[in-house]
Design a protein around this ligand. Sequence first.
Ligand SMILES: [Zn+2]
Length: 77
Amino acid sequence: MAAPKPAAKKPAAKEKKLGKGIWTVYKVEGDKIVRKNKSCPKCGTGFVMAAHKDRVQCGQCNYTEFQTKATAEKKAA
Ligand SMILES: [Zn+2]
């Protein structure tokens, strides 16, 4: 008599990654919803700019705003 086959292990359920999506650019503060990133000046509200370490970029029209020290100083002056 052959030994019964061991039951096949079920593959562990994959964890869903919630890294991308429009919900990642909003933050709840109390009972308000706050937008983390600014919206695109060309496309208008609803088109949120992607924040990079030195720039913000629109995924729709590729509009890019560089955030250098020089621009930061200009805004302050
Ligand atoms: Zn845009």
